[in-house]
Design a protein around this ligand. Structure first.
Ligand code: CA
Length: 231
């Protein structure tokens, strides 16, 4: 498995790195919260994130909440030195999948990791909801890769489709270029978010201009917004 360890106690982080590597896992380590979140969002995909709660910069619960807010489903196992139900609740409310109180044995850790990853694999093979997105007479089915305006089929490239889905999933809400980039591009940290403009421009030529509509609105200084009625 590919595992991200976010732990500021360097000796523990190092022993986790060694132990998990010896078990054949690929391990990356972050020693503070901001780096941990950055890696979790852009360094993956990871099979699991091991997350300390008390971290410099950004706490584990906050990291977990932000991951989930980005729609990242990576299983999170919270490592905590703090005993007590409140701390457990804090981690789990933020979207963590399990927790383990320090000190713990590698045998227990290994078993928990396998259980988590197994659960995640089962969840991801369950049939998904019908995924057609709609804004007025504009329809997008990301799975079948089909888009239409009323009865008119529209051909989109994979990237255009990704950008449009990103906007249509959040009708009426401003979506930052950076968020679109993070969601649609594979290695977003190397790319200028302004590239998104190019794809929005070509989308407008396909889904709006021929029909005299304006569905993708510019939100100055931020990004774009999908008109819920399709423009
Ligand atoms: Ca800590």
């Amino acid at each position: 498995m590919r595992i991200l360890v976010v732990e500021d106690e360097e000796s523990l982080a190092e022993s986790l790195r060694r132990g998990l590597s010896a078990d054949g896992h690929r391990v990356e380590v972050a020693h503070d919260g901001h780096r941990g979140l950055e890696l979790a969002l852009t360094g993956g995909p990871y099979d699991v994130v091991l997350l300390d709660l008390m971290l410099p910069g950004l706490g584990g619960a906050e990291i977990c909440a932000r991951l989930r807010a980005h729609g990242d489903p990576t299983p999170v196992l919270v490592l905590t030195a703090r005993e007590g139900e409140r701390d457990e609740a804090e981690g789990l409310d933020a979207g963590a999948d399990d927790y383990l109180t320090k000190p713990f044995s590698f045998v227990v850790l290994g078993a928990r990791l396998r259980a988590l990853v197994r659960r995640a694999a089962t969840a991801s093979t369950e049939p998904a909801e019908p995924a057609e997105l709609r804004a007025g007479d504009l329809f997008l089915d990301p799975q079948d890769r089909r888009c239409r305006r009323g009865p008119h089929e529209i051909e989109l490239t994979a990237r255009e489709l990704g950008v449009l889905a990103c906007l249509m999933e959040r009708p009426g809400r401003a979506v930052a270029k950076q968020d679109i980039l993070d969601e649609v591009w594979d290695a977003p940290h190397d790319i200028d978010p302004n590239i998104v403009e190019v794809y929005v421009s070509s989308l407008r030529k396909k889904i709006d201009a021929p029909f005299g509509r304006r569905s993708i609105l510019t939100v100055h200084g931020t990004g774009y917004r999908m008109a819920p009625d399709g423009g």
